[in-house]
Design a protein around this ligand. Sequence first.
Ligand code: 13P
Length: 247
Amino acid sequence: MRKLAAGNWKMNGTRAGLDMVTALLAAQPNPGCDMLLCPPATLISAMTAAARGSRLMVGAQDCHAKPSGAHTGDLAAPMLADAGATHVILGHSERRADHGETDDQVCAKAEAALAAGLVAIVCLGETEDQRDVGQTLDVIAAQLDGSVPAGATAANLVIACEPVWAIGTGRTPTLAQIAEVHGFLRARLATLVGVAAAETRLLYGGSVKPGNAAEIFALPHVDGALVGGASLKAEDFAPIVAALSAA
Ligand code: 13P
């Protein structure tokens, strides 16, 4: 399977930040993995133009479950595809926390993404309290079961496992903890999508940096990363792409 280095810019970036794309493509013109950046929706068109002719793909960070309609401020999956997006992040823990998104809603959004021809990157992850009381596997199993849409295949679904307590904190799970969760997810996914589970990309997310990328990418069942802060600068993201290419 081709691994995936994905960046989530979250609510960061203006057109001035697209200089980063030029620098990234200069550093990694032909990476040995797939390379994706998900900027704010305001930048999807401009980033798509900046990436034209390159190996960089552009994605979105959320979509509505409906293809159109009276939903002021929301964006539909076909609009994101029209702007140039090929992927969309769904169910990120920040959206689950800030907007109260449920597994049912994430699943409906993922169905809409697939219908629009987008790859759905479905995010899961336990909080620190849940990990402390030993609920990690139960929590991510429930999120996985509830969020994976009908019709998911290895080509249109990516799972990103991001422990909430590792996001933006500089803290990461131990390598053994990541390996345990990803091995569990692979087996659980097989109960949902069958043999496609073996080829579905399972990304790790949470404080991935150039300094820890290689050891995380060496783990079984880690098929790439969803990178937040370190995806904003080429000098941080390019070495992560290089580490994944070498894994
Ligand atoms: P950080 O890499 O900044 O911890 O963010 C991870 C994340 O939430 C990516 O979606």
